[in-house]
Design a protein around this ligand. Structure first.
Ligand code: DGL
Length: 260
């Protein structure tokens, strides 16, 4: 079991930002990544549709022998992870917007959260927000349109800058000092966002925390790959555009098209 891969899925290419963190912390682990780009964005779908797609992705990864599954998508985590945990026996790691660290560190008592509609409207999100940020000014912004632009390879487009400028304006006016990126596609926007935001605003995401949690759960279940003699293998599958995923990975890994 230990030499089996970690399975990772996202509605598309965004979870590759999480894959990078996991691979950085756990270089001995093989991985298999599934980008369900045909069905992106998940963020504008209803809860049941997100659950159904998450089940389909999970079953594919389990059929490939995944020993643990990382739901590298805030929208799928906040809407479906409870169902996945109840239905399957493997450990699941999810990702949620990093409200807690932002709430603990803010000095201006104002934080911004950029995430999908599906995440911001989920019960899990409102529970976490009530728990950690009820005394703060929280500016929630749906990142409408961002995921499709990234999925189509238009990360550095004029449309993207326009969208972001509109989304950031109310946050800048509210004097936020932390911007929480609540979608795994968004860390790829960090260089653009930091040019648009005042220097005092810290941009945070949950990628590193997910990698640490993955390591800790593998340890707890005695599932770490200790056989360094076995070649580590990374497989990437997308039902969208392999070249977009390839350019975000900026490495020599092959990304294969898979019709699922
Ligand atoms: N990467 C997904 C997330 O973290 C994007 C969701 C979507 O497809 O709308 O929420």
């Amino acid at each position: 079991m230990n030499i089996q891969p970690i399975g990772i899925f996202d509605s598309g290419v965004g979870g590759s930002s999480i894959w990078k963190e996991i691979n950085g912390l756990l270089p001995n682990e093989s991985t298999i990544y599934l980008a369900d780009s045909t069905h992106a964005p998940y963020g504008s779908k209803g809860k049941q549709a997100i659950i159904d797609l998450s089940i389909k992705n999970t079953e594919y990864l389990l059929n490939q022998g995944a020993k643990l599954i990382v739901v590298a998508c805030n929208t799928a985590t906040t809407n479906a992870i409870e169902h996945l945990r109840a239905k399957y026996n493997v450990p699941f790691i999810g990702i949620e917007p990093a409200i807690k660290p932002a709430a603990l560190k803010t000095k201006t008592k104002a934080i911004g959260i950029l995430a999908t509609k599906g995440t911001l409207s989920s019960e899990l999100f409102s529970h976490t927000s009530d728990r950690f940020a009820s005394d703060l000014h929280v500016i929630e912004q749906i990142g409408e349109g961002i995921v499709p632009l990234i999925e189509n390879g238009n990360l550095h487009s004029f449309e993207m800058k326009n969208l972001l400028s509109n989304y950031l304006q109310p946050m800048i006016e509210a004097n936020i000092d932390h911007l929480v990126l609540g979608c795994t596609h968004y860390p790829y926007l960090t260089p653009i966002l930091s040019k648009m935001l005042p220097k005092s605003v810290k941009i945070i995401d949950s990628g590193e925390a997910v990698a640490r949690q993955t390591k800790s759960i593998l340890e707890q279940h005695s599932l770490l790959n200790n056989k360094t003699s076995i070649e580590v293998k990374h497989q990437f599958f997308t039902n969208g555009k392999p070249e977009v995923m390839q350019s975000l990975l900026s490495s020599n890994f092959d990304v294969s098209f898979l019709d699922f």
